[in-house]
Design a protein around this ligand. Structure first.
Ligand SMILES: Cc1cc2nc3c(=O)[nH]c(=O)nc-3n(C[C@H](O)[C@H](O)[C@H](O)COP(=O)(O)OP(=O)(O)OC[C@H]3O[C@@H](n4cnc5c(N)ncnc54)[C@H](O)[C@@H]3O)c2cc1C
Length: 385
């Protein structure tokens, strides 16, 4: 904490949640529903955009159902996903999708925050949070409103770090430093206007090139989301927009487009943390580790993690037992990391253009071969081990 800041008197909360993405706002809502006093803070002001393919797969839809928000996506006007148009190395494969929706993160994340507030959680937008020091019965957290010079310190009996890929909430605790994997791609995102005839509703167009891939999907408001994962070295010689256009152009996937929301980037996408919690502290969602987005599962991992961590955090807010952390690590290992394996395989294939080309060629000839993989990615994630 900087010494020139005025520290306001502490507030006391049962639970503090850093980050109001799908993981954070869902666990905040679940804990508030159980009667805990919950403070949820996000450095962004909502609604906010986020670099994302905006596809909510079947495992995420199932998790929403189980949190009692089964009708949310239809209420938000999200489009049901019907097919994947996979293009690359001069080949095209059409794969039908069993489930899933497309919705902008601006609308989806704001709706989840609203649900958390309705359940009783208090939301502080525009507030940067930093984990301070551990107390016997909880943690001190420093909160810094973007518009204020005064930081305040609150006390929480249990803390949930859901601050995404590069949040910095844990920056003063080196044992939680994330480890980026070598050659990890970086993410890019923008929103564009594309004529209806060029990209249908309910279609994901995924274009693969030798050094990255770009996904396009039409959103609930008619705009088109563009999300890309590319080798960082491409950005040494070209702007992000040129890189995205060249990947699309190569495969004839470039619709005639106009940019509405400019390019944003992410740090290295594939990263892990060796430690995913501590006394009265749980890391979840991207903050607990992420593998690049080809299979479009990050939201499912975040929502399912929120479902699983909520009862552990509720118990931990009363009294701490190391078994809470053991159970949490076991869930992450057995369910989330297991699901990340498919994504790691995809990452390995995409890193070898000859293998990526061969795979797309095979799928283009026999799309039925992709069916079990697609079904597996959409399969619900069990809550209990
Ligand atoms: C290019 C790309 C495409 C993707 N496509 C898909 C897809 O189609 N489908 C899918 O399921 N997943 C996709 N993902 C992954 C998905 O975006 C993430 O997995 C998901 O957003 C993780 O949710 P989260 O709640 O853990 O974190 P986030 O959604 O990242 O939310 C973290 C929040 O924490 C806030 N925050 C950060 N630091 C602080 C701080 N110190 N204090 C307070 N607040 C803080 C941020 O402002 C943010 O709102 C994609 C990712 C990328 C990069």
């Amino acid at each position: 904490m900087s010494i020139d800041r005025v520290v306001k008197p502490a507030e006391y909360w049962d639970a503090f949640v850093a980050g109001a993405g799908p993981a954070g706002s869902t666990v905040a809502r679940l804990l508030a529903t159980k009667g805990l006093s919950v403070l949820l803070a996000d450095r962004a002001v909502f609604p906010r955009d986020k670099v994302c393919g905006c596809c909510i797969n079947g495992a995420a839809v199932d998790a929403l159902d189980r949190t009692g928000l089964g009708g949310l996506l239809d209420d938000l006007g999200a489009h049901r996903l019907e097919r994947l148009d996979l293009r690359g190395f001069s080949r095209r494969a059409n794969i039908s999708l069993p489930s899933g929706y497309a919705v902008s993160r601006r609308v989806f994340d704001a709706a989840l925050v609203r649900e958390a507030e309705q359940a009783g959680a208090v939301f502080r937008p525009g507030t940067v949070a930093r984990l301070d020091r551990e107390q016997n019965d909880g943690w001190h957290v420093e909160l810094m409103p973007a518009t204020d010079t005064a930081a305040s310190t609150i006390h929480a009996r249990v803390v949930l770090a859901a601050d995404g890929l590069d949040g910095g909430f844990l920056r003063d605790h080196p044992r939680f430093n994330p480890i980026s994997e070598p050659d990890s791609k970086v993410g890019l995102g923008l929103t564009i206007v594309v004529p209806q005839a060029e990209l249908g509703v309910g279609e994901i167009r995924m274009t693969v090139g030798p050094h990255g891939y770009v996904g396009l999907v039409r959103l609930e408001d008619g705009l088109v989301d563009v999300a890309a994962a590319i080798d960082r070295k491409l950005l040494e010689d070209a702007t992000p927009e040129v890189v995205i256009r060249s990947i699309l152009e190569r495969e004839g996937s470039l619709p005639d487009f106009k940019v509405v929301w400019g390019i944003r980037g992410t740090p290295a996408l594939t990263r892990q943390r060796d430690v995913r919690g501590g006394r009265r502290l749980f890391l979840l969602g991207d903050a607990a580790g992420y593998v690049e987005p080809f299979t479009g599962e990050g939201i499912a991992w975040g929502l399912n993690s929120a479902l699983r961590v909520a009862p552990l955090a509720e118990a931990a807010s009363v009294s701490w037992s190391d078994s809470h952390l053991i159970e949490w690590e076991r869930f992450l290992g057995r369910e989330i990391e297991k699901r990340q394996t498919a994504c790691r395989v995809a990452r390995g294939v995409l890193a070898r253009p000859w293998l990526a080309a061969l795979t797309i060629r095979i799928i283009a000839r026999a799309p039925v071969l992709a069916r079990p993989v697609v079904a597996g990615l959409n399969r619900p994630i069990p809550e209990r081990l």
